[in-house]
Design a protein around this ligand. Structure first.
Ligand SMILES: *Cc1c(COP(=O)(O)O)cnc(C)c1O
Length: 364
């Protein structure tokens, strides 16, 4: 399974990220039926840790899907009048399109890629009236911008009939997220990024207000029906057959987060992220994201030195078998991205930085 033997590169891309041997091992446990005590015990055993990570007293639901399943599900469950999509990069921009494709009335606040969403702009837009839901991508994995979650949540909470849905795919467990304290109505994440699990599972929690809203929304469908998740969660179960091997892995990872200590985990991410910041500054590269809004889990580096990004990445892979990412969507080539999510340590980041230092000069 090790990357060295199968020649697949060690991943420093912002998702999927590198998986630990302990996680793979956890997945290789005997299969169990999901309508029985063994499964319910497994499900229940993960809840306390997940609640801590989400900062919530609410149940945390497990969806056998990638994050988009729940992102679309939130639109289908919650939007009755009109949704405001806050757009600042590839994932948040796409959410606006998904709202429309669900047949919902949607408007957006669009900022340039590389900028953050301003809470004041959200207040101004919501003041126009007619909205019942807002979507926010906390950590825009494409641009490396981390939005002001507390500031935006406070503004949305000035409008009591408006629900706030937050994508924390690349931030949950790596930085503190206080769902209940901030008054967020939906927090969701896929597990292949900050959680460092193989893809195929999403975790999410919803407020009582969101559950109440969903109960009167028509056309929720079945697979992502929030009421189905809630009904089953009361029995430590899921609406349909879950990815049980991934739940074994989730249990192992959540336990490992708690063993490390969440505060230590947050501090580790901040420190490793700082190592990449120091690297790019040392070489005269610029940050794509503005100061004060930089992600702690990945770095989007502006290619102000105009290197051949694709060739640089190829050389890094050929010589060291490390993979970084060459920029997402329309900023491909003009940026590149390095992840410090998941299980990375000072040692693995140092190895990467030494390799980057070695390979970079021939591209300058
Ligand atoms: C990766 C990512 C997604 C999409 O996740 P899928 O697993 O493709 O559904 C959504 N939002 C953010 C911020 C992401 O980084």
């Amino acid at each position: 399974m090790s990357n060295a033997t199968n020649k697949l590169p060690k991943l420093f891309i912002p998702g999927p990220v590198d998986i630990s041997p302990e996680t793979y091992q956890a997945m290789c446990q005997p299969m169990i039926g999901h309508r029985g005590g063994d499964f319910e015990a497994l499900y229940a055993s993960i809840q306390p840790g997940l609640k801590q990570i989400f900062g919530t007293e609410r149940p945390v639901y497990l969806s056998t899907s990638s994050a988009w399943g729940v992102m679309e599900g939130a639109i289908r469950n919650l939007v009755q009048k009109k949704v405001l999509n806050l757009c600042c990069g590839a994932f948040s921009d796409k959410w606006y399109g998904v709202s429309q494709s669900c047949g919902k009335e949607a408007e957006k606040i669009q900022v340039e890629w590389g900028e953050a969403i301003s809470p004041d702009a959200v207040r101004e837009k919501l003041s126009e009236g007619g909205f019942d839901t807002v979507t926010l991508v906390h950590n825009e994995t494409s641009t490396g911008v981390m939005n002001d979650l507390a500031g935006i949540a406070a503004v949305v909470n000035e409008f009591p009939d408006v629900l706030l849905v937050v994508d924390t795919v690349s931030s949950l467990s790596a930085v503190p997220i206080e769902m209940d304290k901030l008054g967020i109505d939906v927090v969701l994440a896929g597990v292949q990024k900050a959680f460092a699990l193989p893809p195929g599972l999403a975790v999410f929690a919803i407020s009582e207000a969101a559950l109440e809203r969903a109960s009167t929304t028509e056309g929720r469908g079945y697979y992502f029906d929030f009421l189905e998740f809630d009904k089953n969660a009361a029995k430590n179960n899921t609406p349909s057959t879950p990815a049980i091997a991934l739940l074994y892995a989730l249990k192992q990872q959540v336990d490992s987060f708690l063993e490390e200590g969440l505060e230590n985990r947050y501090a580790r991410h901040e420190k490793l992220n700082g190592m990449i910041h120091a690297w790019l500054e040392k070489h005269g590269f610029e940050h794509f994201a503005p100061e004060g809004y930089r992600s702690k889990t990945l770095t989007t580096i502006a290619n102000n030195k105009d290197i051949d990004v694709a060739a640089f990445i190829k050389a890094l892979r050929e010589k060291y078998n490390f993979l970084i990412n060459g920029g997402y969507g329309k900023i491909k080539g003009t940026t590149f991205r390095i992840s410090n999510m998941g299980n990375e340590t000072e040692a693995t980041m140092t190895e990467l930085i030494d390799a980057l230092d070695d390979v970079l000069p021939e591209f300058l």
